[in-house]
Design a protein around this ligand. Structure first.
Ligand code: TYM
Length: 330
C-alpha cells in the first residue's frame, strides 16, 4: 500500500432526512478533524437512501439539506471532496463487480439487513440485501484506508475488508485494508429509549436535530428519560445524557453534575435544562452558517458538482485498474 492510499478517508451519510446528534458525534465530528490532515471524500449516499421508502418529490430537497448540514457543520469543500453518490456512477459499476464475488448467504446474515426487514416488512428489496456491497464499493473505489463511522456500521466495514481480500486473492492486489474509526460517542442512544440508538426512524421526538432551535431542544430534552432517584450506578439513560454533556457541554457543567450524581444529590430536571442550553450554544454557529447557506442554493449545488467531478477522476482510474485486472475491455 502506498503512503497516499493510507491517507485516504471515505465516509457517507444517507439522504434520509435531517441529521441528528448521533450522526454528528458518531461521524461528522470526526470528519471535521480528519479533513485537517487527510484526503477525504464525504458523500450523501442517495442510492443507499432509496433502499427504504422515500418520496420522489422530496428526495432532491433531502439531499440538499444533508449537504447544508455537512457544510454548516464544518466540512470544507476546499479541503474535502463533498459529493452526491448518484453523481459518481462508477460506484455502481464496482458494486456490480463485487456482487459477482459475494456469497448471498453472507449478506443475509448481516444484522442491518435483518433490522431493515423488521422495520419495513413491505419493502424487502434486492437493494437492501446488496446494501453492504455498494458500501464496500463506495469505500474501495477511493482505496480508502480509514472510514469514520458510528458503531452500527462495523459489520459493513468488516464486510468491506472481506470483499477487498476476496477481490485481491482472485484478481491480484488492488485494494487496501480498511479500518473503521470510531469516535467517543460511537453509539448515542435515543432520548426516550436508552436501549435503542438515536435514529431518524424512531421519530423526531426521540432525537435532537443539528438544526433544532433552542426551544425545540429544550422541549425534547425535557421529555428525555432519566433515572428515578439515585442508586449510585448510572443507568444507560443517564449515561447517555452524561456522554452528551461531556462531548457537547461546558466542561465545568460535566464535572459539577458528575459530582452531584456521585453524592446522590443530582436533580435530573436541572441536568436536562443545562444540557439543552449547552447543546443549543454548541450548535449556535451551525445554525447561523446553515441559514446563510440556505440562501445560496446555487453555491451549494456548485460545490456538489465540483465534488462529483473530483470524485469521478479517482473513481474512473480505479475502475480502469479493476477492469484490467479482471480482463474486461477498457
Ligand atoms: P447513516 O446515514 O445511517 O448514518 C451516518 C453516520 O452516522 C452514524 N450514526 C451514529 N453514530 C452514533 N450514534 C448514533 N445513534 C448514530 N446514528 C447514526 C452512522 O454510524 C454513520 O457513520 N450505511 C451508512 C452510509 C454509508 C457509508 C458508506 C458509511 C454508505 N456508504 C461508506 C461509510 C462508508 C449509513 O446508513 O449511515
Amino acid at each position: 500500500m502506498t503512503k497516499q492510499e493510507n491517507k485516504q478517508v471515505f465516509s457517507g451519510i444517507r439522504s434520509s432526512g435531517e441529521l441528528h446528534l448521533g450522526n454528528y458525534i458518531g461521524a461528522i465530528k470526526s470528519f471535521i478533524e480528519l479533513q485537517k490532515t487527510r484526503d477525504c471524500v464525504f458523500m450523501i449516499v442517495d442510492y443507499h437512501g432509496i433502499t427504504t421508502p422515500f418520496d420522489p418529490k422530496e428526495i432532491k430537497n433531502t439531499i440538499l439539506n444533508v449537504a447544508l448540514d455537512y457544510l454548516a457543520a464544518g466540512i470544507d469543500p476546499n479541503k474535502s471532496i463533498l459529493a452526491v453518490q448518484s453523481n459518481v456512477p462508477e460506484h455502481l459499476e464496482l458494486s456490480w463487480i463485487f456482487s459477482t464475488i459475494t456469497p448471498v448467504g453472507l449478506l443475509q446474515r448481516i444484522p442491518t439487513f435483518k433490522e431493515k426487514i423488521r422495520q419495513h416488512p413491505d419493502y424487502v428489496n434486492l437493494g437492501l440485501l446488496s446494501y453492504p456491497v455498494l458500501m464496500a464499493a463506495d469505500i474501495l473505489i477511493y482505496k480508502a484506508g480509514l472510514v469514520p463511522v458510528g458503531e452500527d456500521q462495523l459489520p459493513h466495514i468488516e464486510f468491506t475488508n472481506e470483499t477487498a481480500k476476496r477481490f485481491n486473492n482472485k484478481f491480484g492486489k488492488t485494494f487496501p485494508e480498511v479500518k473503521a474509526k470510531l469516535s467517543e460517542g460511537a453509539r448515542i442512544m435515543s432520548l426516550n429509549d436508552p436501549a435503542k440508538k438515536m435514529s431518524k426512524s424512531l421519530g423526531p421526538k426521540t432525537y435532537i436535530a443539528l438544526n433544532d432551535s433552542p426551544e425545540t431542544i429544550k422541549e425534547k430534552m425535557k421529555k428525555a428519560v432519566t433515572d428515578i432517584g439515585t442508586t449510585g450506578k448510572m443507568t444507560p439513560a443517564t449515561e447517555n445524557l452524561f456522554l452528551l454533556l461531556k462531548i457537547l457541554g461546558k466542561p465545568e457543567h460535566y464535572e459539577e453534575f458528575l459530582a452531584e450524581h456521585k453524592k446522590g444529590t443530582i436533580k435530573y430536571s436541572l441536568l436536562k435544562e443545562t444540557l439543552a442550553a449547552d447543546i443549543a450554544d454548541y450548535f449556535a454557529p451551525f445554525r447561523a452558517k446553515r441559514k446563510e447557506l440556505e440562501a445560496k442554493p446555487e453555491y451549494v449545488k456548485k460545490i456538489l458538482a465540483d465534488g462529483a467531478d473530483r470524485a469521478r477522476k479517482i473513481a474512473r482510474a480505479t475502475m480502469r485498474e479493476v477492469k484490467e485486472k479482471i480482463g474486461l475491455m477498457i
